[in-house]
Write a protein that binds this ligand. Sequence first.
Ligand SMILES: [Zn+2]
Ligand SMILES: [Zn+2]
Length: 304
Amino acid sequence: MLDYHLHLWPHHEHDTVLRVDQLAEYCAQAEAVGITEIALTEHLFRFRQADALLGGFWDDESVPPALAESMAEYWKFHATVDLDAYIACAQEAKEAGLPVVIGLEVDYYEGRMDEVAALLAGYPFDVLLGSVHWVGGWRFDDLDDPVSMAEWPARQVDRCWDAYTTALEELAASGACDVLAHPDLIKVAGFVPSAPAEWWDRIAEAAVSSGMAAELNSAGWRKPVGEQYPAVELLRSFVARGVPLTTASDAHHLDHVAYRADDMRALLASVGVELLQGYRARVPHRVAVAGLGGPAGGQDADAG
Ligand SMILES: [Zn+2]
Ligand SMILES: [Zn+2]
């Protein structure tokens, strides 16, 4: 079992400190429930390097002014950390023998994914998650932002799902990332079309055609929608079509690390999944749901 989606800081935290002992606490909590490896996957937009490259992407006349203003504030609040320091901290944890791989959660930036990939190519990432958290400058999943949440009742649910899925398809086609994070995140606030199969099919096809893995993510159980990502039907579709899976808590602090790992294990058993996909240097390997992690052929022998 893996926990391949972890953040170091809650969204409301502005002053952020990198500590190897925090990573050791994450590992201990994960190992206590049979998770053999964790991936650090902080949001790309937490880093000053992302601000330098992408800041102002919301300045587009198609983005309503209230949403553009909200995004500008959000971005300014978050983009404070040095990406090099983050990588150095994760490497220090690895060298100390902690079962950590280095990753990032990368948003979709329309027309900019080549630039994003070029930035990320300069770092020794093990795994990159690809996410869609906003469409057209609207942070549809920012439950704490009244401006963003006011949009939901004003929009047609089908159109929201369509715009989300189109962004996800483009993200997958860009080849910039390895794993589709929370594949049906658009349901987060509880707005789900009466017949979502059309979008589930497109999401599954995006994974298949890009070769990306998909994430089983327990954070949805903590949200208004009240179910894991992806929905069981979409999970079954991934499995039927041979899409590899990771497991993830999407924790933003220690309390949620390995969140509902046993429920994810039971769900995987119910759909017949015994193997997950782990990564080293963005190269995939298989990991048993119930068993030891590490690339096929045995445990890797990281220093320390
Ligand atoms: Zn996310
Ligand atoms: Zn996340």
